[in-house]
Structures are given as C-alpha cells and as structure tokens.
Design a protein around this ligand. Structure first.
Ligand SMILES: Cc1cc2nc3c(=O)[nH]c(=O)nc-3n(C[C@H](O)[C@H](O)[C@H](O)COP(=O)(O)OP(=O)(O)OC[C@H]3O[C@@H](n4cnc5c(N)ncnc54)[C@H](O)[C@@H]3O)c2cc1C
Length: 401
C-alpha cells in the first residue's frame, strides 16, 4: 500500500466517515484519503452507543441550522448515500422532542429558544399545560408551565446505519479504510508531516483530521496541542412497562415523543420498549476503557421522575442498559471544528458532547469544504472553531442534554 496520503482521518466512526464521504464526493477533490480506525467493530464508539436522536430545539441558530441539514440528510439518506449494492434507509421516526418547563426560568428559556427556532424555520410549537394534556393524556402536567414540541424534523433513526452508510459510500468513492491505531504525529514547524501507526507504518500526509471521539485529546497531544475534551460516562436504560402491557400500548398510541422532563431525565419509545437517560450527579472524566453502567441511576433518579410523570411508568422493568462516552467539551459542550492556528494542516472535529450524531452530516460537509476550498461554503461554522477555545470564550447554547 502507498505510504503517502493527501488526507489521513484519525477515527472512522460517524464523524470520520462523514468527512471521508463528503470529501471523496466533492467533484473538486481528487486526492487520496486514508481513514485509520483502531476498532472497526465500533463496539465502544460513541456512535454505536448513542441514543440516536435529532432535534432542532437548540438555543443557538447555528445549532438549529446544523440539525435542519442533518434531518434533511437523514430523511434522504437512501438516495444520497446509495451505492451499487445498497440503499441505506435510516428508518427516521419523526416523533419529535417534547421539552417541559416547570419553573419561571425554564419557561422563559423555552420562549426565548422558541423565537430563535421559529426564526430559523423550525417546525416547533409552544403548548400550554391544557394543550399538553390533550395531546398526551397519560402525562401528569400539574407542575408544568409550558411545553415545546417539534412537529417535524426531530426524532430518532438508525445510528450505526448513518455511520455505515457514510463509510460504504466513502469506500465506493475510493477512500481506503485501515484497521490500525494512530500513535504519533510528527511536526515540522507548523505542519504535521508524518502519521505513525501502531503497526509501525509511517505515512506522509497533506492534512490530518482528528475524528477520534472521546480520545480526541490524546490525538491532539501527539501534535503537542491541547483541546478541552474528555470522556464522560452516560448510562442508557431500555425499559418495558413490565407490569402493565396496556400501559405500553397506551403511551405508544399517544405517540410519546422524546420527552425531556424539567429534571433533565429524558425518555423516548424504542420499538416496543422505551429508552431513558439522565445527566449524572457526579459528572467527571472517566478512563477511556471504563464502560461500567451506573446501575443505581435508574432506581434512584430516573424511575421516581418517570413514575411521577406518567402512571403508565409506575411499574417498569429494565430490559438492558449500557454506558457510552460523551466526548465532552469542558468549555461549552459544543463541537470544536476546523484547523488549529498553530498547525493549520491539522483539522479538528471533536467535543460534540451529546449531539454529534445529528451533527455528523453538517460537520462532514464543513470539514470537506475547508480541505477542498479553504473556507466554509454552505454553513459558516467558524463560531465553533478553535479561536473560542484558545480565548476561553464559550459558544452559547442553553439546550444541552
Ligand atoms: C449515551 C450516549 C447518547 C447519545 N445520544 C445522542 C443523540 O441522541 N443524538 C446525537 O446527536 N448524539 C448523541 N450522542 C453523541 C454522539 O453519539 C457522538 O457525539 C458521536 O457519535 C461522535 O462520533 P465520533 O465519530 O466523533 O466519535 P466515536 O463514535 O467515538 O468514534 C471515534 C472513533 O475513533 C477511533 N479512534 C480513537 N482514537 C484513535 C486512534 N488513535 N487511531 C485510530 N482510531 C482511533 C475510535 O476507535 C472510534 O471508532 C450520544 C452519546 C452517548 C455516549
């Protein structure tokens, strides 16, 4: 195999594969692209362990636009990422997100966010507690002041399908994937000139893209750079209305959206079951190989909230649970995208925290534009760039899950 590539992408899950797909599909690009992936089973990639949902209900117009593009791509994926052998449909279920506000401050935030979302053309509505009770009669709404519901462009879909579709399309467009681990980056002044792999291979490269998910800071460190991204554990529980099959049917007939309780606990239907998660009480960096679920979260924090919100959820049973890692941006919980000013041929696409899956299409397109044209051509993501990290100026987004 040739040992020189125009672009080497570190990490081949949803972000690395989205970049590879958009780049190799750009008619103005004819370079050679290598994706290096240390674990092609993706068993511990955030992509495979995620809750696979997308929303337009952000507070920042850039994040709204990123997800609007994401929803369009997810809807049209079978056409956009068709290959000779495959038409990868992502089973996009546009069930919506339902944000509930219980305090005056939460209500004010929902109203402000609603203005931004509407101005961006998002299909969201505000509901009074009466509207909410009519739409979802099984919910207890006594404490609710206001709700915000996404009627379209929000919901859940096949997460690994998105990754595999981008990867297969990228391959069909000539990208090479290799199972190996990037262990070193050689700098000559302000450029990365070589990528070293665990197998001992040494590759010359034009551009390096860091798409290493929760390990992104390790890869940045290989170039002598620091990014504020660390692995933070999130446990997901799949549950059934075990004592009450009719309860499951009742909630599903009411087409429960992805509901975000004022406490931060969220749940959504997943086939005949439901999926739930909550922000951890003790949220700190964990080891890259620590995937032990926090089992106590369900009994102690999630179940009491769900049971109080709907009597259908009083008798529920955990079917399965797993832990995944957010690549958590400790500055502001949002992606870091684009080059580092000290090393312009190293591009970053990291720190997505809890919303990188839905942001993969816009990120893939954006990074490809930077590589091919040296600038953003569609959506300007420069407010999400490295400058804010270096100056310690957070990108403001109030709706973080
Ligand atoms: C529990 C949970 C729920 C989530 N829910 C949602 C959701 O509902 N909606 C949403 O949009 N997002 C969600 N997310 C976030 C989303 O899953 C991630 O932001 C997204 O998958 C990030 O993709 P990635 O490709 O950057 O990282 P990953 O999927 O982690 O992939 C990184 C890849 O890089 C590889 N790698 C790392 N280091 C190296 C190296 N040195 N050499 C070679 N390969 C390397 C890894 O093996 C891995 O395959 C959730 C995340 C979790 C954990």
């Amino acid at each position: 195999m040739q040992d020189s590539f125009d672009v080497v992408i570190v990490g081949g899950a949803v972000i690395g594969s989205a970049v590879a797909c958009y780049l190799s599909g750009d008619p103005d690009f004819d370079g050679r692209v290598l994706v290096v992936e240390r674990d092609p089973t993706y068993a511990r990639a955030s992509t495979a362990l995620s809750a696979a949902s997308i929303r337009t209900q952000f507070s920042n117009a850039i994040n709204v636009a990123i997800s609007q593009y994401g929803a369009k791509v997810i809807r049209d994926f079978a056409i956009l990422c068709a290959t000779r052998d495959d038409r990868p449909d992502l089973a996009f279920h546009e069930g919506g997100y339902l944000y509930l506000a219980a305090t005056p401050e939460q209500e004010r935030t929902l109203r402000e966010n609603h203005e931004t979302q509407r101005a961006c053309g998002a299909d969201v509505v505000l509901w009074s507690p009466d509207d909410l009770s009519r739409a979802f009669p099984h919910l207890t709404c006594d404490d609710i002041r206001l709700a915000s519901y996404g009627r379209s462009g929000e919901g859940w879909f096949d997460n690994t399908g998105l990754m595999n579709g981008f990867r297969n399309k990228a391959r069909a467009q000539g990208v090479t994937y290799v199972r190996d681990e990037v262990t070193g980056l050689t700098r000559a002044g302000d450029r990365i000139i070589h990528v070293t792999l665990a197998s001992g291979r040494r590759l010359a490269c034009g551009t390096v893209v860091n798409a290493a998910g929760p390990r992104a800071a390790q890869v940045a460190g290989m170039a002598g750079l620091h990014i504020p991204v660390e692995p933070r554990k999130r446990t997901v529980f799949l549950y059934d209305c075990a004592q009450s099959p009719e309860g499951t049917a009742r909630v599903n007939q009411g087409r429960l959206p992805l509901m975000i309780d004022p406490s931060g606990v969220y749940c959504r239907p997943e086939g005949r079951y439901f999926m739930t998660q909550c922000p951890p009480e003790d949220d700190r960096a964990v080891g890259c190989d620590d995937f032990e679920p926090d089992y106590a979260e369900f009994e102690e924090r999630i179940w009491p909230v769900l049971a109080a919100r709907s009597e259908s959820f009083e008798a529920i049973k955990v079917i399965r649970s797993w832990a995944g890692h957010y690549a958590y941006n400790t500055l502001d919980h949002n992606m870091i995208v684009g080059p580092h000013p000290e090393v312009p041929n190293m591009l970053f696409a990291n720190g997505f925290s809890g919303h990188g899956l839905q942001q993969a299409p816009a990120t893939g397109r954006a990074v490809a534009e930077l590589i091919v044209h040296g600038t953003y051509r569609t959506l300007d993501l420069s407010p999400l760039g490295m400058t804010r990290i270096l100056t310690g100026t957070p990108f403001l987004e109030k709706n973080v899950i």
